[in-house]
Design a protein around this ligand. Structure first.
Ligand code: 5AD
Ligand code: SF4
Length: 461
């Protein structure tokens, strides 16, 4: 593996600066150095990209969105499934062609592929200029001409600040050993950041205008430090930030009191992402998930009691080696019982170095495909029913994405539903809308009354 030590060390910059490159000159290609960051995968990667963005901007690069306008392209990658690697290969092929034509200078590969052994093969095959894993992202600073940062554990590096919404990493790595998963290999073992450091980052963000804080971690609810557990931290953050969410949780760590806190705290979005992976106890055991389906169902019961209108999502893998028709039926049963609002359904993808890659009893591709469709159909049917119940309700929406060319923006209810609507409100503002129709993946609404809600900068108008 190409990653470096995971020892947490405070971020300190070495005193003397190297020759700093020129200041950022906006996003016009040709007016200075330019860089393009492309992010693949989960929210942890989105957050890591935010950190790298700060480094390149500090180093005087302007950010551009097209490869051909960039001097430096950073591919921040995901390694969880093989198709993620295939996608990155496609992008690398294009980048190398552009570099050969002299249209870009340097290519960097970062993130989870960068932390895996396969990155060495890709480096040689495509002549990549810089390969970084998930624990040495800070080395990008030196590469772009910033002063060297002493070895640091990435959670100490702040992400984007002062934006309307921000991620705050509270832990990295994972102490579980799920049969199919590369995360413990590429992200290392769990390291929890101190509550003090987390809260001071939250305070800084809120002071800088951030209205929405998402706590991040691979097993975010496993956070514990100095005798305190995740719920203690969540409650402290909910006292400080106007709007709070968190992801991703593990069922074995999810405490009932956290579920009640989601339901009762005004500032916590009533949304829970709790990956179940399978509804069969036999598969859960083979996967080393550490819980049985019944325990998962019980947790969901508590969540539904605590936040009846809240949204629940999950991850499910179909076609893991050894999965029988009976196991699959058990998953379909759990999907019915839990009535998820949405789910990420994955076909098993064998990953080098994981236990599942060495297990016999592979599931035939056509069987996996059928099971995939059946699970998805079950999820979508329930989601559509649950979403339809919202039609006619009036909701306060946090605008997550401002209007696109068609004037359509995406807002989020306090129950975590995505709502598409026409509004000119900016990201971070609140609007009030009536829900007019529903699909399996989103709600559709229109502004009602004033374009702003109770939390608008102009008060309750
Ligand atoms: N094959 C298929 N899906 C996987 N996931 C993780 N590893 C694999 C794999 N090898 C899924 C799990 C996890 C999500 C992030 O990706 O469902 O929760
Ligand atoms: Fe992977 Fe399991 Fe850890 Fe989640 S809990 S990151 S699936 S090993």
């Amino acid at each position: 593996m190409s990653e470096t030590s995971t020892t947490p060390v405070r971020l300190t910059r070495k005193p003397e600066r190297r020759t700093p490159p020129g200041p950022a000159t906006g996003t016009v290609p040709g007016s200075g150095k330019t860089a393009c960051i492309r992010t693949f995968g989960c929210q942890m990667n989105v957050h890591d990209s935010d950190r790298m963005r700060r480094m390149i901007l500090d180093a005087g690069y302007a950010e551009v969105t097209r490869y051909e306008d960039a001097d430096l392209v950073i591919l921040n990658t995901c390694y969880v499934r093989e198709n993620a690697v295939d996608r990155v290969r496609g992008h690398l092929g294009e980048l190398i062609r552009l570099r050969r034509e002299g249209r870009l200078k340097k290519v960097a590969l970062t993130g989870c592929i960068g932390a895996a052994e396969e990155s060495e093969i890709l480096r040689r095959q495509f002549g990549i200029d810089l390969v970084l894993g998930t624990h040495n992202t800070y080395e990008l600073a030196e590469f772009v001409g910033l002063p060297t940062m002493e070895e640091t554990y990435t959670p100490e590096l702040p992400g984007t600040e002062g934006k309307h919404s921000a991620f705050v990493t509270i832990m990295t790595g994972c102490n579980y050993g799920c049969s199919y998963c590369v995360v413990p290999m590429v992200r290392g073992r769990m390291v929890c950041r101190s509550k003090e450091s987390i809260l001071s980052e939250v305070d800084r963000l809120v002071e800088g205008g951030t209205g929405y804080v998402t706590l991040l971690g691979q097993t975010v609810d496993a956070w514990r430090r100095d005798g305190e557990r995740f719920c203690d931290l969540l409650e402290a953050v909910a006292e400080r930030a106007p709007r709070v969410s968190f992801t991703t949780s593990h069922p074995s760590n999810m405490e009932d009191r956290t579920l009640w806190a989601i339901g009762s705290r005004d500032t916590i979005v009533k949304r829970l992402h709790l990956p179940v992976q399978s509804g069969s106890d036999r598969m859960l055991k083979i996967m080393h998930r550490g819980y049985k389906a019944e325990r998962y169902r019980r947790k969901i019961g508590v969540f539904r009691d605590a936040a009846p209108e809240g949204t629940l999502s999950t991850d499910i893998i179909v076609g893991h080696p050894g999965e029988t028709e009976e196991d699959h039926e058990a998953t379909l049963g759990l999907v019915e019982d839990c009535s998820f609002d949405s789910a990420y359904v994955f076909k098993f993808s064998p990953r080098d170095g994981t236990e599942a890659a060495t297990l016999g009893e592979p599931v035939a591709p056509e069987v996996s495909q059928r099971r995939f469709v059946e699970v998805l159909r079950g999820i979508e049917g329930n989601a559509f029913k649950r979403n339809s119940r919202k039609i006619g309700s009036v909701e306060e929406l946090y605008v997550r994405h401002g209007a696109n060319e068609d004037g359509r923006a995406i807002g989020e209810t306090w129950t975590g539903h995505a709502v598409h609507l026409k509004t000119e409100a900016n990201p971070g503002e609140y609007v009030r809308a009536t829900i007019e129709s529903a699909g399996p993946h989103a709600l559709y609404g229109s502004l009602c009354g004033s374009p702003y809600g109770a939390r608008s900068p102009y008060g309750d108008v």
